[in-house]
Design a protein around this ligand. Structure first.
Ligand code: NAD
Length: 401
């Protein structure tokens, strides 16, 4: 680890969707924010040599490798950024922490609670040596979401009574869409639940400061078999009536659940990849005794706020354009009214991570925070299987035990 020279040498594993989003953010963060350390995009890893070499050039990395162990063990790396599917998070993160590398790991933290526990324990051990770990729930870093949290923390909503959260997509409505890794439990852990449901679980726990204490859930897999992707090994495949190799979908297509938060609020959650017409629709509404807030990712520069303490004649939902320098993260960007987008949440994520690492404080969400999300995912799955109300244990009590 070498933060003494104020350079953080980053090694990133995975170079597709999140790899590109993270690269953009690593490249941008020092140009926008005045930070105590400078990021060096040192090494990128993928399994296919020509493809990772091409990605290194395109995304702006100094060097590439096909061996994540080499990256993790390299003396020339300070930070390991994990942008791979969930089946490799645990092994890479634990190896990186053991090698004294700070870790940023994409969400969901792991594929199982057991893995998330191991990762959280490894992070706690590494922390004693000044090594930091964070999970990439980037939507916390949308300025309107951070403002929503501030309003709740400042008591502007009063007592929180309702949380209503949906995260909807439609990219697998077509039954001919292939059986990619996100549709395989051994690779992804779960389906819509862990992929997009995890985001609204984290976001609502973060904004309200309350933990999901119990859930009652239903889940469904609408399309149970899909064509194997081109280049797939075809192992364990069945042919359909047209001779195409098919494989079983082993995750949920949609998950719906009600929950109780430990501060007394009632909550509803819906995560689906079958919401036809909804591309990436994340919406959260919170109702309190003194007011309400609404966030919609498709209008991410805005926050709707109803202040019930105003005179009755002036009440109603006000649209706050979250682009003032007073708003979280915004002072470094453009003049008021000049809006930002999806990728900025990642730049903000890297800002917070670099600042925490360089100043020796713990970044959030910690692996323990992400374990708490994993415990909810697990409770939702068990609740749906058993058709039963299911309590969610607190991760911190478990860690203290
Ligand atoms: N924060 C967000 O909003 C967000 C959005 C999408 C995905 N994610 C998360 O990011 C992670 C990656 O998702 P993605 O959409 O980028 O997937 P992707 O399929 O686009 O990319 C995965 C990358 O990992 C590489 N890879 C897979 N296994 C590997 C291994 N064993 N060693 C080295 N490289 C390996 C692949 O070659 C590819 O480059 C997942 O955990 C996912 O849940 C987060």
């Amino acid at each position: 680890m070498s933060t003494h020279d104020s350079v953080l040498r980053v090694g990133m594993v995975g170079y597709a969707f999140m790899g590109a989003a993270h690269s953009q953010a690593w490249r941008t963060v020092n140009r926008v924010y005045d930070l105590p350390a400078r990021v060096q995009m040192a090494l990128i890893c993928g399994r296919d040599e020509p493809k990772v070499a091409e990605a290194a050039g395109r995304l702006g990395w100094d060097a590439h490798t096909t061996d994540w162990r080499r990256l993790v063990e390299s003396d020339e790396i300070d930070v390991v950024d994990i942008c791979t599917p969930g089946d490799s998070h645990c092994e890479i993160a634990i190896a990186a922490l053991a090698a004294g590398k700070h870790v940023l790991c994409e969400k969901p933290l792991a594929n199982t609670v057991e893995e998330a526990r191991q990762m959280t324990a490894a992070a706690a051990l590494a922390r004693a040596a000044g090594v930091r770990a964070m999970c990439g729930f980037n939507y916390r870093r949308v300025p309107a979401v951070a403002l929503m949290r501030q309003l709740v923390a400042d008591g502007r909503l009063g007592e929180i009574r309702h949380v209503r959260a949906v995260y909807l997509q439609d990219w697998i409505v077509d039954p001919q869409f292939p059986l990619v890794w996100r549709l395989q439990q051994d690779r992804a852990g779960s389906g819509a639940l862990g992929d997009i449901g995890a985001h609204i679980i984290d976001l609502t726990q973060y904004v309200t400061g309350q933990r999901i204490a119990g859930v009652s859930a239903v889940t469904e897999t609408f399309v149970k078999e899909r064509p194997l992707p081109a280049g797939s090994s075809g192992l364990a495949a069945q042919a359909d009536g047209n001779g195409r190799a098919m494989g079983r979908v082993t995750v949920d297509d949609a998950a719906v659940f009600v929950a109780r938060l430990d501060g007394g609020a009632l909550a509803t959650y819906e995560a689906s990849r079958f919401a036809t017409g909804r591309k990436n629709a994340l919406r959260v509404e919170i109702n309190g005794s003194l007011g309400s807030v609404v966030f919609d990712l498709e209008r991410l520069n805005e926050l709707e706020f109803h202040d019930a303490t105003r005179p009755a004649a002036e009440q109603g939902f006000n649209r706050i354009l979250v682009t003032e320098p007073e708003h979280p993260y915004m002072s470094a960007w453009w003049p008021p009214g000049h809006i930002i987008g999806y990728e900025h949440s990642f730049t903000h994520q890297m800002r917070d991570f670099v600042e925490a690492v360089a100043t020796g404080v713990d970044p959030a969400p910690s692996f323990a925070d992400a374990l708490q999300v994993q415990l909810v995912l697990d409770a939702v799955t068990r609740s749906a299987e058993q058709a039963a109300w299911t309590e969610v244990e607190p991760a911190l009590a478990e860690l203290a035990a």
